[in-house]
Design a binder for this molecule. Sequence first.
Ligand code: HSE
Length: 401
Amino acid sequence: MKAAILGYGTVGSGVYEILTKNEAVIAAKAGEAVEVKYVLDLRDFPGDPVEKVLVHDYEIIAADPEIAIVIEVMGGVKPAYEFVKRALLAGKNVCTSNKELVAKHGAELLAIAKEQKVNFYFEASVGGGIPIIRPLQECLTADVYEEISGILNGTTNYILTRMYNEGADFDGVLKEAQACGYAERNPAADIEGHDAGRKIAILASLAEGKKVAFEDVTVEGITAISSTDIQYAKALGAKIKLIASAKWENGSLFMMVAPKLITAANPLYSIDDVVNAVKVRGNMLGDVMFSGRGAGKLPTASAVVSDVVAAAKHAKENTGFFWSEEVRRPESTDTMVNRFLVRVDADKKAKAEAVFGAGKEVSIGLADEFAFVTEPMQESVFAAKAAELGELRGRIRAELV
Ligand code: HSE
């Protein structure tokens, strides 16, 4: 079976490496050998073994009827969407790690794949190397989902962990995450929470069987988190994690990505560095958690190649996905209930207590600052009280038990 890889960046070079190094075991599992006939990239790679299969023009791949599997690891929507759609329409299987593409066009591309009796697989689009798409599709099918939540971005978890463990500086650690191949080409997608937002939108879509748009997810990143916030986390026996969640309550769906203070009572507390974790709660099963390396060359490529094996096994039959083009809108997050760590100037203490009630005071020994954790309250109630109080030094949602 012949395959083409679109993109020879971090993930693409990992896919090429795995398909070459693990050729024999992959052939045994796929039922036949998978040969990389082309790698598409605009750049040249002098001296790299990929040179012998490198092409610069997608039309060569599109025009080759021997190509049965297209592996899209370019990232971004343009031109990935056009290339993937054309490949599917031409009866080729597609495997991708591209969460932006899947979140935006997943339902449409799955419908085309079904019509063409091929497959559109995207295991690597959420959680890097963690198997989560296939488990949701094929294993946890007896349950009604009550909650899917987790740490879905490796870059931000790496940054927050280093800030917590070593007091490292945000910008410096972000550069390291980029050097490790964790961050997106534009790392704003990581640190502003958009990458995690796209991933939770994909998981919620698979849970619902309908299209949950990334644009409908309330998203907050970690750019406002400072070393002072980390000190408060320590004083509270907590860590700050970027938590993505989809929760179903009485038929309503609530979705949010935001930094949160969590304690060891939450299993996500111990998920550090580039590791991601996804907690799934089913109405019959209870809780299960999947964890592993959520970003980086080989873990992500491993998930892509697992899709290549599945595509090779089912090259001429569509294996089906529970994800239609019907839209499912989450509710407004106004009624979600959270506690908050609030930091204000010390001279606002009396006003803060008048507006919020006593709360639970927390100190890290700063004379000019007053900080407290509120009682649980609805997001809209918090927003109104915060507006009444005036300028805050900071506020972070808190799950403290
Ligand atoms: N930039 C992403 C992350 C890559 O840091 O999680 C994996 O999707």
